[in-house]
Design a protein around this ligand. Structure first.
Ligand SMILES: [Zn+2]
Length: 515
C-alpha cells in the first residue's frame, strides 16, 4: 500500500513539472491501472507460531529466549546419533487449543514426519514436522473485506520443531564467519496454512491481525514478532480475471512485520502483472522483501514437497488426541475476540468501534468488563476510554495495557462524573495530572484532596448575583425573551467558579434569579 503511495508521490512531483509530463503520466498510470484491473491476485499465507511451553517439543531443554548461545541444548536437540525424541504433552494441548480456536477439525490420529534438507542450523539434517496427516484441518477465520464478512479457509494446522539460528553479525569475526545458536532448535511450533482465499494485501493484513488476536486470546503463544514467535511467509500469484487455473506463485519469506507483509504483497502483485503484461513468465521461487527499498528479490528457486523426501518419523508413535482428551482441551477455550465484541455491543450498549478497541487483547477486555460491571454506567466507561484515555495514550506513545490510569481508575472517574461529584472539566484536569505523574486516577484524586464541583448554593448564589449585576444589557435581553442567553450566563458563572460549580445547579439557580 505505502509502496504505491511513495511511488505516486514521486510521480506527482515530476508530473507537476510540465504539461508534457502530465500527458505521459496519465498514459503510464492509466496503463498500469488498466493492466492491474485485468488480473486478480491469489494469496495464501503460512504462519509459524511458537508455543509458550517451558520446555522444547522433544526434549526437556528450556525454551527461554535471550540466554547465552548454545546453553539450552542437549543430545536430542543437537541431533546426536541415537538420541530419541519424547513428545511434549503440553505442546500437543497448546497446538490443539489453537486449532480449535481457528475452527479446525482435530484429527484423532496424526503422524510426525521427517522433512529432509540440509541447513547449517539444522543439526539432524531433517526437521520433525507433520506432512500428509496433520493435527488439524478445515478451519477458517472470518475477515471483513470491503465492509462484508468473508471466510478465509485454513487448510491445516500442524506441529513441528523449530530450527536453530544463524548469526551473521555481532561477533568480532562476523565479517567472514557465521555463528550458529542452537537454543531455538526443537522449540515447538505450529504452522497455520491458509487456503488461497486471500485476494489482496489488505485482506492478508486483516487475516494476520485477526489470527494473532485469536492466538493471543488462547494464551498458547505471545506472538512476539521481534523474538520470532510469529513468522509469516506469503504465497502470491496472479491470474487473468475469470481464469480458473492458478498462476505460478512466488513465495515471500521472512518478513518481520504485518505492515511489511502488506507492502511486500502489494509490490509482488504489481511486479507479476507487469512481468506478464510485458510478455514474461513468473517463475516459482522464494523471494525476500527489502523493506528499505520496498521491493522483493529472488533468493532461490522454490523446493517442491517431493524435494524433502518426507517419510514417517520412525522414532515417534502416531499422535492420538482422542475425544476425551479433546473435550478436556476444549474446556480451556476462552470466549474469542469476535464473540466478545458482539457481546460487548449488545450487553454494554457501546459502538462496534469501541468494542473493537476494548477487545484488542484478552487482558484489556477482562479489565474493561470488570470496570463496566462495577461502574454505574458502562457506556460512560467506554466513552471515557475512547475520549479521555485513548488520545492521551496515543500522545505519549503508550499501549493501553501500560496506561497509568487503569480500567478500575476509569470506572471510578466515570462514577464521579455520573453522580455529579466532579465536572467534565475537572475530570479532564485529573486525567492530565494522572498522566503527568504516572499515577492511577484514584491516587491522583486523593492527592488533590478529593475535589468536588461546588453545589454549595449560597456560594454559587453570590457568584450569580455578581454575574447578573455585571451584565445588565444581557439581563435585559434575556428578560425580553432572548432565553438562549442562559448559556452565556452559565459560562460566566463557571468561569468565575474556576470550573468548580455544578452546571446543573448553576442553570437552575440562574433561571430562578433571571425570571
Ligand atoms: Zn534439548
Amino acid at each position: 500500500m505505502s509502496v504505491g503511495r511513495k511511488w505516486n508521490a514521486g510521480l506527482n512531483e515530476w508530473v507537476k513539472a510540465s504539461p508534457y509530463n502530465r500527458f505521459v503520466m496519465s498514459t503510464i498510470e492509466a496503463n498500469a491501472i488498466e493492466a492491474r484491473a485485468k488480473f486478480e491476485a491469489v494469496i495464501g499465507l503460512e504462519v509459524h507460531v511458537q508455543l509458550l511451553t517451558e520446555s522444547k517439543i522433544f526434549c526437556s531443554c528450556s525454551t527461554q529466549f535471550g540466554v547465552p548461545p548454545n546453553t539450552n541444548v542437549c543430545p536430542v536437540c543437537l541431533g546426536m546419533p541415537g538420541a530419541l525424541p519424547v513428545l511434549n504433552r503440553r505442546a500437543v494441548e497448546f497446538a490443539t487449543l489453537a486449532a480449535m480456536a481457528l475452527n479446525c477439525q482435530i484429527n484423532e490420529t496424526s503422524i510426525f514426519a521427517r522433512k529432509n534438507y540440509f541447513y547449517p542450523d539444522l543439526p539432524k539434517g531433517y526437521q520433525i514436522s507433520q506432512y500428509d496427516k496433520p493435527l488439524a484441518e478445515h478451519g477458517f477465520i472470518e475477515v471483513r473485506a470491503e465492509g462484508a464478512k468473508k471466510k478465509i479457509g485454513i487448510t491445516r494446522v500442524h506441529m513441528e520443531e523449530d530450527a536453530g539460528k544463524s548469526l551473521h553479525d555481532g561477533f568480532p569475526d562476523s565479517s567472514n564467519k557465521t555463528a550458529i545458536d542452537l537454543n531455538r532448535t526443537g522449540v515447538p511450533l505450529i504452522e497455520i496454512v491458509s487456503d488461497p482465499d486471500i485476494a489482496s494485501a489488505d485482506e492478508a493484513y486483516e487475516y494476520l491481525t485477526l489470527l494473532k488476536e485469536i492466538i493471543l486470546y488462547t494464551g498458547v503463544s505471545d506472538c512476539n514478532m521481534e523474538e520470532g514467535s510469529l513468522r509469516c511467509d506469503a504465497n502470491v500469484s496472479v491470474r487473468p480475471k475469470g481464469q480458473k487455473e492458478f498462476g505460478t506463485k512466488a513465495e515471500i519469506k521472512n518478513v518481520n512485520s504485518f505492515r511489511f507483509i502488506r507492502e511486500a504483497i502489494e509490490y509482488e502483485i504489481g511486479r507479476q502483472v507487469e512481468l506478464i503484461e510485458a510478455g514474461g513468465k513468473v517463475v516459482q521461487e522464494t523471494r525476500l522483501y527489502n523493506s528499505d527499498e520496498g521491493k522483493t528479490y529472488s533468493m532461490r528457486s522454490k523446493e517442491q514437497a517431493h524435494d524433502y523426501r518426507y517419510f514417517p518419523e520412525p522414532d515417534l508413535l502416531p499422535l492420538v488426541v482422542d475425544e476425551k482428551w479433546q473435550s478436556k482441551i476444549r474446556k480451556n477455550l476462552p470466549e474469542l475476540p469476535e464473540a466478545r465484541r458482539a457481546r460487548f455491543v449488545s450487553e454494554y450498549g457501546i459502538t462496534e468501534q469501541d468494542a473493537g478497541v476494548l477487545t484488542q487483547s484478552r487482558g484489556l477486555a477482562d479489565q474493561f468488563e470488570a470496570a463496566a460491571k462495577a461502574a454505574k454506567n458502562p457506556k460512560r466507561v467506554a466513552n471515557l476510554v475512547q475520549g479521555e484515555l485513548a488520545g492521551r495514550l496515543k500522545g505519549k506513545g503508550i499501549e493501553i495495557e501500560d496506561s497509568p490510569v487503569t480500567m478500575a481508575g476509569v470506572a471510578m472517574s466515570a462514577d464521579l462524573v455520573e453522580s455529579g461529584t466532579i465536572s467534565g472539566k475537572m475530570l479532564k484536569d485529573l486525567y492530565d495530572l494522572a498522566f503527568e505523574r504516572g499515577k492511577d486516577f484514584p491516587a491522583v484524586y486523593e492527592e488533590e484532596g478529593r475535589p468536588q464541583q461546588s453545589s454549595d448554593t449560597s456560594a454559587l448564589e453570590k457568584i450569580i448575583d455578581e454575574v447578573i449585576a455585571g451584565n445588565p444589557k444581557q439581563v435585559e435581553q434575556y428578560r425580553a425573551g432572548k432565553t438562549t442567553l442562559i448559556g452565556f450566563f452559565v459560562g460566566q458563572v463557571m468561569k468565575m467558579s474556576k470550573g468548580q460549580a455544578n452546571p446543573g445547579i448553576v442553570n437552575e439557580l440562574l433561571r430562578k434569579k433571571l425570571a
